[in-house]
Design a protein around this ligand. Structure first.
Ligand code: F6R
Length: 221
């Protein structure tokens, strides 16, 4: 049975998950799946502060916009600014879905040691929106109106928000050895609880995480 770990504040959330990442980085040639968004920012700040050795690490981001005209809002730019430019990652070991060479590997299992996830207000993980098949692979998807609205806070107007993204599918996400899902803020509480304790249904993509044997959920108000 899954359990939500209640953390006292947002900085502590970043600190506790950074401990798990730091441990993962001691493995040989660690592989990590990483999210963008507002939730992992305290984690990325903490990881930068710790000055860890990332030289043998490979990272795979969960998603990237398609046809994005505002490059500062690309997920690659977000990752460079908030993490990659501050650590000693080898650029060749940084992958985004849409880098065609890596798609097949992502889809058939790449032995990811740790997958970090946020959760959308509608229960999406990566851009696997409600209704996505639990068997879904990496693919191009249309974003829902709710997600476009959620993401519009980062764009000059809602019309600038891309309507499509490339997302890692639920199947490759689930093939990770360990999964952490994190949520920050009261507005995420209900959906996280539904995902962790409710029915396992494609209407709430994150609910499939209940079937993973090494998964933890972290929440702070
Ligand atoms: C981003 C991603 C998304 C976000 C989710 C929550 O790479 O995969 O699923 O994790 O939309 O976003 P925030 O953290 O901004 O609330």
């Amino acid at each position: 049975m899954s359990k939500i770990k209640k953390i006292k504040n947002y900085w502590e959330l970043g600190y506790q998950i950074a401990d798990i990442v730091e441990h993962t980085l001691t493995l040989p040639e660690p592989k990590l799946i990483l999210p963008t968004g507002s939730t992992p920012l305290s984690l990325y700040k903490e990881l930068v502060n710790r000055q860890l050795d990332w030289s043998s690490v490979t990272t795979y981001n969960l998603d990237e916009y398609v046809d994005n005209t505002i490059q500062d809002q690309s997920y690659r730019y977000f990752m460079v600014e908030n993490l990659f430019k501050h650590i000693n990652m080898d650029e060749d070991n940084i992958y985004f879905p849409g880098d065609t060479a890596v798609w097949p590997q992502m889809d058939y299992g790449i032995g990811v040691d740790l997958c970090l996830l946020g959760i959308g207000g509608n229960g999406h993980i990566a851009f696997n929106e409600p209704g996505s098949s639990f068997q879904s692979e990496t693919r191009i998807v249309d974003l829902t109106e709710e997600t476009i609205k959620d993401n519009s806070r980062f764009f000059p107007t809602i019309d600038d928000v891309p309507t499509q993204a490339v997302t890692m599918g639920l199947k490759p996400i689930l093939s990770s050895k360990k999964i952490i899902i994190m949520a920050n803020g009261k507005h995420k509480k209900d959906i996280l609880e539904q995902a962790m304790y409710g029915d396992i249904t494609e209407d709430i993509p994150a609910s499939i995480l209940q079937t993973h044997t090494n998964m933890e959920a972290f929440y702070c108000d």
